[in-house]
Design a protein around this ligand. Structure first.
Ligand SMILES: *Cc1c(COP(=O)(O)O)cnc(C)c1O
Length: 392
């Protein structure tokens, strides 16, 4: 009698009869792997031999993506996490303990600031938010308990630039590590580990994947800060899914091309905007008038990112008119998409601040943030000009 479907359906799968190797990598959705012996199982689970047992601890698509990211950042190690926030939490929980202190940029991404203040405080980790672009403020906030300094390479939305080499020196002199959120730069514009940072993080959700269809994070770093990362990732459950990793690895295949195009387009848009009388101010580190232009030119080697922020004189009403008229630019409060998108900090990322707090950062009702995409520069310029033409 042939075996019953009851027994055939749950049968372990056979491997496909591959003789040649596929050029594109397969997706490995398996959550668990078959072990050959008790000895092999215990060695694998102890991490004594390389290999996969359980997908929360690692899977081929995650490892392939991590290896490519480690190369991009010239890192000793890299870990892929289920989101950018998970990568930041992984950094904090792998480096710090109750009683430790952090210095954090007061202009961090909103969720990051909450993680490193309110959430960290709940774990008994204290923090001082300061303007980390002002090195004197960082030096003044360092204490003997400071174990980590956290900054973004390029801040949101005014695009201030952190002096990574100087911050690393300040941190290292006090025995602290420097963690850099490089999301607004990408490894094509900046490689913070090469400048002295110990850990670098990316929201792979943004330009790294670049196709608006994956939420993932990256933490990469030097060997001497990596001791606890692998265990913390598995125990706290920060692991990514294989299909997301596969998609992000595909996105990385065009990262350098995409960033180069978007960066060229962003400079063209910033120059166009700064030549217009109907625009009050333009913030782009590639413009000679930007407060951090000299630092950016030295640190980034000629690329200044794909983000451009500008302010219209007519307040929120003018921003709304611009957004309505710029029909080729979707209003999406994220960044790093293939197409040019825009966001409105007052009503999205910075809505939790008071008007005065926003004003101190340079954010007004008329402030619009562009994430410039990879279209032709003519298309991007016309799309922005179309928006400006709609402002009364
Ligand atoms: C989006 C973002 C994050 C968080 O990443 P997720 O992938 O959304 O969790 C952190 N930092 C910056 C600068 C970001 O833009």
């Amino acid at each position: 009698m042939p075996p019953s479907p009851d027994d055939l359906c749950p049968k372990p799968e056979r491997q496909p009869p591959l003789v040649t190797r596929p050029l594109a990598s397969p997706i490995f959705p398996a959550t668990v792997y078959q072990c050959d012996s008790t000895q092999q199982a215990s060695q694998l689970l102890a991490g004594e031999t390389p290999g996969f047992v359980y997908s929360r601890d690692g899977h081929p698509n995650g490892v392939m993506l991590a290896e490519r990211c480690a190369e991009l950042h010239a890192a000793d190690h890299a870990a892929i996490t289920g989101s950018g926030m998970a990568a930041l939490a992984l950094a904090m929980l792998s480096q710090l303990e109750q009683g430790d202190h952090m210095i954090v940029s007061n202009q961090l991404y909103g969720r990051s600031l909450l993680l490193f203040t309110a959430e960290a405080n709940r774990c008994g980790i204290s923090s001082s938010p300061v303007d980390t672009c002002d090195l004197a403020q960082v030096a003044g906030a360092l204490t003997p308990k400071t174990r980590m300094v956290i900054v973004e390479t390029i801040t949101n939305p005014m695009l201030h630039v952190s002096d990574i080499a100087a911050l690393a020196k300040l941190a290292h002199d006090k025995g602290a590590v420097l963690l850099v959120d490089n999301t607004f730069a990408s490894p094509i514009v900046c490689r913070p580990l090469q400048l002295g940072a110990d850990l670098v993080m990316e929201s792979v959700t943004k330009i790294m994947n670049g196709h608006s269809d994956v939420c993932l994070g990256l933490l990469a770093g030097r060997a001497d800060v990596w001791q606890r990362v692998t265990d913390v990732q598995s125990i706290w459950g920060f692991s990514p899914g294989p299909i997301d990793c596969w998609l992000a690895a595909r996105g990385l295949g065009t990262l350098a091309l995409r960033v180069d195009r978007a960066v060229d387009n962003a400079l063209a848009v910033a120059e166009m905007l700064s030549g217009r009388d109907d625009v009050q101010s333009v913030s782009y580190p590639g413009l000679a008038g930007h407060s951090d232009h000299t630092l950016a030119a030295r640190q980034f080697g000629g690329r200044f990112g794909n983000m451009v922020t500008f302010t219209l004189p007519g307040g929120t009403a003018a921003a709304e008119q611009f957004m309505a008229a710029a029909t080729a630019i979707p209003f999406c409060p994220s960044l790093g998409e293939l197409c040019t998108t825009l966001s409105h900090p007052e009503s999205t990322s910075h809505r939790g601040l008071t008007e005065q707090q926003r004003g101190e950062l340079g954010i007004f009702g008329g402030t619009v943030r562009l994430s410039v995409g990879i279209e032709s520069s003519q298309h991007v310029l016309e799309a922005v000009q179309q928006g400006l033409a709609g402002v009364a």
